[in-house]
Design a protein around this ligand. Structure first.
Ligand code: NAP
Ligand code: F7E
Length: 320
């Protein structure tokens, strides 16, 4: 039975990846950081099928000990401070988690598990102010936030450890992926939750930032399969993962409100607090490499994704 360690198992992707690997017969170990309360809402249904171990991206020794004790065949480094606006207000902490945290875990891999396969969660935010459209593995990077800069460090240190120490270490450059388990502050979930609340009479307005930004949005369940495929390839390579289609935030709002039979213009209010100091205007993936080399393609359309999320929020919020 292959054994996988997932950092960030309590996050959106960690929960889907754990399900995916359990279904494939893996022994799944999830790394969590110590908090004063349990935040297992996304993985409660997987306990006790996954083993939970405690460590922190800020603490080198804890990472080394986790690898020593668990001896995984595959390591998926999904843990990070992943919210772009927080990276502007907490840039140093974001760098510690999202950038240096990758070096800490790679150092542990190099010393303890040099034969394990390592996946790094890189991001389309590294393309930022894009210099080419669509964006592929050869597109130059131009990050636009402390988060994007930190992810770029994590990306290059992964390349560097692969080249310096011959580790099987790869980066998936994933475009935005969403689900009913997406954190509430990200734009898709904020919008689908608000559409459901307004429909049910639980809210009266939705305060938003830039409606013109465009993203390549896919379903998180499809993207964790791409992660797994990358670690099964005969040789380590980095891949862009996205749908190849782009939509504006306004499109997102329209599809969500249409789905509950409401006119979005009557409820959406512009609020300066949700605009960013620097914006990423347009992202659209060229997923040609992963499609050809690993046979990966997305299974959920943009409209299907938004409707899935609105329906899940309606189901959660409706009086029982
Ligand atoms: P998420 O829901 O924000 O989950 C982040 C995870 O990291 C949580 O489990 C969190 O634990 C953990 N974490 C944060 N700081 C930590 C620390 N110091 N030590 C240990 N664990 C820590 O993120 P996601 O959407 O699942 O994304 C997974 C990864 O992919 C992230 O690295 C993200 O930056 C990257 N990514 C995401 C997307 C996307 O569209 N979702 C696209 C490209 C790349 P707590 O539960 O304790 O907070
Ligand atoms: O914003 C605009 C906002 O916060 C998307 C993370 O998973 O994907 C995610 O980063 C867009 C931006 O995601 C609001 O200005 C308008 O243009 O959902 P988001 P993100 O910043 O693209 C990448 C790939 C990651 O790696 C990250 O970890 O929506 N927007 N109004 C808004 N965004 C938010 N959050 N809230 C608003 O009210």
């Amino acid at each position: 039975m292959p054994r996988a360690l997932i950092t960030g198992i309590t996050g959106q992707d960690g929960s889907y990846l754990a399900e995916h690997l359990l279904a494939k017969g893996y022994d799944v170990i999830g790394m969590v950081r110590r908090t004063s309360h349990h935040s297992y809402e996304r993985i409660d249904h997987l306990i006790p099928r996954v083993r939970i171990v405690a460590a922190d991206l800020l603490d080198q020794h804890s990472l080394t000990m986790v690898l020593q004790e668990t001896q995984p065949d595959e390591i998926y480094n999904l843990a990070a401070q992943s919210f772009v606006p927080t990276s502007f207000t907490q840039p140093v902490l974001t760098g510690e988690f999202t950038a240096l945290g990758v070096t800490r875990i790679l150092e542990a891999v190099r010393l303890v598990s040099p034969n394990a396969r390592f996946y790094q969660a890189s991001s389309s935010e590294m393309f930022g102010k894009v210099v080419e459209t669509p964006q592929s593995e050869s597109t130059p990077f131009y990050p636009r936030s402390p988060y994007g800069v930190a992810k770029l460090y994590g990306h290059w240190i992964t390349v560097n450890y692969r080249e310096s120490y011959n580790l099987y270490a790869v980066s998936g450059i994933l475009f935005n992926h969403e689900s009913p388990r997406r954190g509430m502050e990200f734009v898709t979930r904020k919008v689908t939750d608000a559409a459901a609340r307004i429909k049910l009479g639980l809210a009266t307005e939705l305060r938003m930032g830039n409606l013109d930004a465009k993203r390549d949005w896919g379903f998180a369940g499809d993207y964790v399969d791409a992660m797994w495929r990358m670690l099964q390839a005969p040789s380590p390579q980095d891949y862009v993962v996205g749908t190849g289609k782009t939509h504006s935030v306004e499109d997102l709002v329209r599809v969500a409100f249409d789905h509950v039979g409401l006119d979005w213009k009557q409820y959406v209010v512009s609020d300066p607090q949700f605009y960013r100091p620097a914006e990423v205007d347009l992202l659209i993936a060229d997923p040609g490499r992963i499609n050809k080399a690993l046979g990966w393609k997305p299974s959920v359309s943009f409209e299907g994704l938004v409707k899935m999320m609105v329906d899940a929020d309606l189901g959660r919020l409706a009086p029982k």
